[in-house]
Design a protein around this ligand. Structure first.
Ligand code: SF4
Ligand code: SF4
Length: 290
């Protein structure tokens, strides 16, 4: 989407960041059964190629939308979250996610066909997700600078509460607000932010009935994230409780919880050390000779 055709734009525009880094999460990109990067990319590439052959008429575009895959609610993690069949690959060389109906998309000749979408053209032009509207600009810039591929970018960018917990933890450790420059492209901190985001893909403590990496981020209460599941009747207490909840966690035992905490602790220790030399390095305890 082009920020210039929207009446409101957030301080940091994360829908289309740079070549290879963009997002289509609010168009339902991840609300599909097989979410591996390879299969998602292959699906988008196939759609883009097929749409290139579609005559730009209302009837032909409607027919394409009806025929495109991704329409079966039963196969989606969130049955009531529409997956738009007009998501494809955009930009030079088709290296990032984009809208096939956008006026700047190849073949559209400047005509905006988004009025034919499920949500309608106005929603497509004006919607911004809660994370991009509410998180501080420095945090959003840090995310945009750190990402190297649309797949991970779109998975993390909508995670308002997860990102809030992440950046608050860092700021608590370094004793100051995060700055945009802390996560310069190619920096160690940027790599560690990607490692954190990748927990959405390979988190070993995700509860069995979780919907997977797809995030339902619309604030209408339709699919609230449940609290962390523990091994007993009580909710397991942890300083990382918010992060564990946002990762849809369940822990089978205290040892399971400790392993998850240790993984996060190490990640945050390394980020703090990358941002503030000496920060995050364990203090040396000098034991006096007895
Ligand atoms: S989910 Fe947010 S960042 Fe992604 S395309 Fe939609 S508004 Fe942009
Ligand atoms: S038509 Fe609207 S919902 Fe579909 S991909 Fe384009 S912007 Fe997203």
């Amino acid at each position: 989407m082009n920020p210039l055709d929207r009446p409101y734009a957030p301080a940091v525009y994360l829908c289309q960041v740079r070549e290879g880094v963009s997002c289509g999460a609010c168009c339902g990109l991840y609300n599909q059964a097989d979410l591996s990067p390879e299969s998602l990319e292959a699906r988008l590439a196939g759609r883009t190629a097929a749409f290139a052959r579609v005559p730009r008429t209302v009837e032909a575009i409607d027919a394409f939308g009806r025929a495109a895959e991704g329409w079966t609610p039963a196969t989606r993690p969130f049955a009531d979250f529409h997956h738009c069949p007009f998501l494809g690959l955009a930009g030079a060389g088709g290296k990032q996610v984009g809208c096939l109906l956008h006026p700047e998309a190849p073949g559209n000749g400047g005509v905006d066909w988004r009025g034919l979408s499920y949500y309608g053209g106005m929603a497509c032009r004006t919607y911004f997700c809660p994370a991009t509207r509410h998180l501080p600009p420095a945090w959003l810039a840090a995310v945009g600078q750190s990402m190297e591929h649309w797949y991970l970018h779109g998975l993390i960018v909508t995670e308002r509460c997860l990102l809030e917990a992440f950046f608050q933890e860092i700021e608590g450790r370094i004793g100051r607000p995060v700055r945009e420059s802390d996560f310069a492209p190619g920096s160690p901190a940027a790599a560690l932010l990607r490692a954190f985001a990748a927990l959405k893909i390979d988190w070993p403590h995700r509860r069995a009935d979780a919907p997977g990496p797809c995030n339902y981020f619309f604030e209408n209460g339709a699919y609230p994230r449940p609290e962390v599941l523990g091994w007993g009747p009580d909710r397991p207490a942890s300083r990382f409780a918010a992060i564990f909840r946002e990762l849809d966690s369940a822990f089978a035992s205290p040892a399971d919880l400790r392993a998850a905490e240790a993984r996060l602790e190490e990640l945050f220790r390394r980020i703090a050390a990358a941002l503030v030399p000496g920060c995050g390095v364990p203090e040396v305890v000098i034991v006096a000779p007895g």
